[in-house]
Design a protein around this ligand. Structure first.
Ligand code: CDP
Ligand code: CDP
Length: 230
């Protein structure tokens, strides 16, 4: 039985997807599914095993025995890889580029998409990524596509690195982000793309609160409708 809506949030890196998805999920009592974290976990596993990202056969073998789980505990989102909490490790800077490369391998996408569909099939979820509204859940009840200009997104990522005590040139952060946007948009299977029926929101000049309130105002009437129907 369906337990609520499927709310899809797509967009490029640092457009604000996960921040709003987490806040909204807490507010409306939904489960938050961070699909980027799943690709990051795959990349981390390949790195730990010393597998080259271009070695597709070894990557395909790795998928046969990978165990990825997402837990929402006390509004904290944890990602478990083979039973180990890797929530922090998957955020390392090198894992971002590795995740983008590994996510272009069709076998990886099929496996992750299968897991994501299972996690979200009953609804009551907010799920963010690159291909949720176009490929994972093309019939999602509400679809957002967040954007922000590349300099602002890179500034957000640069600030995150500074807060972690990592000193990286802003120009390098910007170049990495643009490269990843290009990889994600140009891959053949399920690229980063706005779904025709997604609502595009430019968060460049929005605070987190403004952005989250904007999304909530759109979701709220749909939640009311859903309550009346069920
Ligand atoms: O999930 P995604 O990569 O799209 O972005 P995020 O992790 O939600 O946001 C990236 C960073 O930008 C975080 O540190 C947010 O706090 C910050 N942010 C912001 O300062 N203003 C916004 N309107 C959205 C996000
Ligand atoms: O937080 P940020 O937006 O920087 O990245 P992420 O959402 O954690 O995703 C990391 C990488 O995983 C992206 O650059 C994509 O290559 C890939 N990804 C994907 O291909 N499809 C998704 N649904 C989510 C992420």
């Amino acid at each position: 039985m369906k337990k609520g809506l499927i709310i899809a949030i797509d967009g490029p890196a640092a457009s604000g997807k996960s921040t709003s998805a987490q806040l909204l999920a807490k507010k409306i009592g939904y489960i938050y599914i961070d699909t980027g974290a799943m690709y990051r976990a795959c990349a981390l596993k390949a790195k730990k095993l010393g597998i080259d990202i271009n070695d597709e056969e070894s990557i395909r073998n790795l998928l046969d025995y990978i165990d990825i789980r997402i837990e929402n505990n006390n509004s904290k989102n944890r990602i478990l890889l083979d039973g180990e909490d890797v929530s922090e490790d998957i955020r390392a800077d090198d894992i971002s580029a590795l995740a983008s490369a590994i996510s272009a391998i069709p076998a990886v996408r099929y496996k992750m998409v299968e897991l994501q569909r299972k996690m979200g099939e009953n609804g009551g979820v907010i799920i963010d990524g690159r291909d949720i509204g176009t490929f994972v859940f093309p019939d999602a009840d509400v679809k957002f596509f967040l954007t922000a200009n590349p300099e602002i997104r890179a500034k957000r990522r640069w600030l995150e690195l500074q807060r972690k005590g990592i000193d990286k040139d802003f120009s390098e952060v910007l170049a990495d982000l643009i490269k990843r946007d290009n990889n994600d948009s140009q891959r053949v299977l399920a690229p980063l793309k706005k779904a025709d029926d997604a609502l595009e929101i430019d968060t460049s000049n929005m605070t987190i609160q403004e952005q989250t309130d904007t999304l909530y105002r759109i979701i709220f009437p749909r939640l009311e409708e859903e309550c009346k129907c069920s």
